[in-house]
Design a protein around this ligand. Structure first.
Ligand code: APR
Length: 236
């Protein structure tokens, strides 16, 4: 912890790269832990249900799963989201790059957030491009339809879909210009997101994760524990 404090004190261009483990302390299960979403028993695997093809071939079933498991609109930012927003406010953190779609970083006050896998808070009609909120999707029944009659699709990157190129460019530029990269709450198993860490050229690579990851051996500092608890100990 002392080393993390020294690194944060010394850094002026921190980038925070996070995954589902950053939101578990807000009550949102992650994917691959014991109690993760992908460990729960379904006739069709969640990875299949969250795919591009399944969305268009089983739209009704997609939205039943999506409303039940992917719309935790009750969740509040936890200590990790708050400390990260504070670091940005103090001019020490230049960007958040997240694989999460829950919008909790912005809810905590973070301004520069690159959402590699999109967000539940934007939903677009495939026909006329009209936008709808997550609340409207949560309140709708069956397949959400636009006023024009078109199908409304969440702006979430489903398996088999490309990442948004502008988001990718922004995230890569931020990571490449960081002096410290803090990677947290991610198993680093999903590409291309997990590969973004390789753009880092700065001084300190820090990993904060409950379980070991493939990156542990390459880091300057590895803290195995809860990211909310660990970051809340940082004094600013
Ligand atoms: N503090 C620190 N680490 C935590 C915490 C916590 N409170 N809770 C969970 N973790 C760690 C787990 O040990 C695990 O290694 O976070 C990691 C979460 O890994 P995953 O569940 O695989 O989530 P993530 O890495 O974000 O998955 C990447 O997979 O299905 C896709 O699109 C989905 O964005 C997701 C991507």
């Amino acid at each position: 912890m002392k080393t993390l404090q020294q690194i944060v004190d010394e850094s002026e261009r921190i980038v925070f790269f996070g995954g589902a483990g950053v939101s578990t302390e807000s009550g949102i299960p992650d994917f691959r832990s014991e109690d993760g979403l992908y460990r729960q028993k379904y006739t069709v695997s969640p990875e299949t249900m969250l795919s591009h093809d399944y969305f268009f071939s089983h739209t009704e079933e997609f939205f039943a799963f999506y409303r039940e498991k992917m719309l935790p609109l009750w969740a509040e930012p936890n200590a990790a989201h708050k400390k990260i927003a504070e670091l940005e406010k103090r001019g020490k953190l230049i960007a958040v790059v997240t694989q999460n779609i829950d919008g909790l970083h912005q809810k905590a006050g973070s301004k520069t957030v690159f959402e590699l896998h999109g967000t539940v808070h934007k939903n677009t009609c495939v026909k006329c491009r009209k936008s709808y909120s997550a609340e409207e999707i949560a309140a709708s029944k069956g397949i959400p339809r636009c006023s024009c009659g078109g199908l409304v699709k969440p702006d979430v990157v489903l398996y088999g879909e490309p990442l948004d190129s502008e988001t990718v460019n922004g995230a890569v530029r931020a990571i490449a210009s960081a002096d410290t990269l803090i990677v947290a709450g991610t198993s680093l198993t999903v590409y291309p997101a997990a590969g973004f860490v390789s753009y880092f050229r700065g001084k300190y690579l820090v990993l904060i994760n409950r379980d070991p990851t493939p990156l542990d051996g390459a880091c300057d500092l590895v803290l195995h524990g809860k990211v909310g608890e660990i970051l809340s100990e940082i004094q600013l």
